[in-house]
Design a protein around this ligand. Structure first.
Ligand SMILES: [Zn+2]
Length: 237
């Protein structure tokens, strides 16, 4: 029975956190949870934040929405997200907000290729600015390159939008909240963080692995090196 895969999973969860001397869940029930993180990622079943971050119960708030798109602040249209962020930031005092997009994202694909589903269209069109930014950055690119770049630009756009949410803006200004845009490259199994000062993504995990190396085409002192490395990184990402 397919449902048994769920109950079997619950059994494993129970063993891990209720049995074998583990009293984590009992403690969390008694004391409540004090999560440090709030993760916003896509609904894609391959990138669940609990699995990707190997997270024990209580570690993080998780919210999934298609494409990990965070629209501009509008408490009427984004009521649930706004309420959740308000609770997490001002009541639970989380320290980190992470917006994580991913490669091979169906939502971004729908944005690029179009979709017959008006409801999906209605949502993904909120990332139209990211598509425009990717097209502008790449010029004439092949479709796969455009998809990957649009995925990354969607992270950047969502990050910028999130930073304008009043509760986020205030907490960041007071130095009690950090906000990052991450990109999970599912194909290569790597995690990348957007660095605004470089306007580029940097691989942050796995730490034990080596960043995919592209052949160095310019000597270190060449002023064009940064551009070359950045382009190589884009291909590797
Ligand atoms: Zn996705």
């Amino acid at each position: 029975m397919p449902k048994e895969r769920l109950t079997d999973g619950f059994n494993r969860f129970h063993e891990k956190y209720y049995e074998n001397g583990a009293d984590l869940m009992k403690k969390l029930v008694k004391d409540g949870a004090s999560p440090d993180f709030f993760i916003v990622n896509c609904i894609d079943p391959r990138n669940g934040a609990g699995v990707v971050f190997d997270a024990p119960p209580g570690q993080q708030f998780q919210r999934q929405q298609m494409g990990a798109i965070i629209p501009p602040y509008d408490p009427d249209k984004t009521a649930e997200l706004v309420a959740a962020l308000s609770y997490a930031i001002d009541t639970k005092k989380i320290k980190y907000l992470v917006i994580m997009g991913h490669s091979q994202c169906g939502a971004v694909q729908a944005l690029i290729e179009g979709t017959d589903d008006a409801l999906i269209e209605n949502w993904v069109k909120m990332a139209a600015g990211a598509k425009n930014a990717a097209e502008k950055k790449l010029g004439t690119a092949d479709k796969e390159e455009l998809l990957r770049e649009t995925e990354r630009q969607t992270v950047i756009m969502s990050l910028k939008n999130a930073l304008e949410y009043p509760m986020v803006k205030k907490a960041v200004a007071e130095g009690r909240l950090s906000v990052d845009g991450w990109y999970f490259d599912m194909e290569h199994g790597t995690l990348h963080e957007y660095r605004p000062e470089k306007d580029a993504f940097t691989q942050i995990a796995p730490q034990h692995g080596k960043r995919a190396k592209a052949p160095r085409r310019k000597p270190p002192h060449d002023p064009a090196r940064r551009k070359s490395d950045s382009a190589a990184h884009r291909r590797a990402a």
